[in-house]
Unconditional design. Structure first.
Length: 82
């Protein structure tokens, strides 16, 4: 389980490519991906939600929190995100 890469989209979009070892059955892979998001942002599970693409290969994740708090941890993986 871990990050595979980062793609910067438009001015506000950051795309993280992730890989999890859990199978894509009974939403195990989705849960694993959300746990990875929790780790990457140092936020609690309640701050990270799937906004769209629940069963799709690509998902849109909504992270709730202050921008400085959200950006704090991903800098360790991919540099300055501001």
């Amino acid at each position: 389980m871990g990050f595979r890469g980062v793609t910067l989209g438009s001015a506000k979009d950051i795309h993280l490519k992730t890989r999890v070892s859990s199978l894509a059955e009974d939403i195990k892979a989705t849960r694993a991906m959300l746990r990875l998001g929790e780790y990457a942002t140092s936020l609690e599970a309640s701050a990270i939600h799937i906004a769209s693409g629940g069963q799709a290969r690509q998902k849109l994740i909504q992270i709730v929190g202050k921008p400085a708090q959200i950006k704090k941890r991903p800098k360790l993986f991919c540099g300055d995100l501001s």
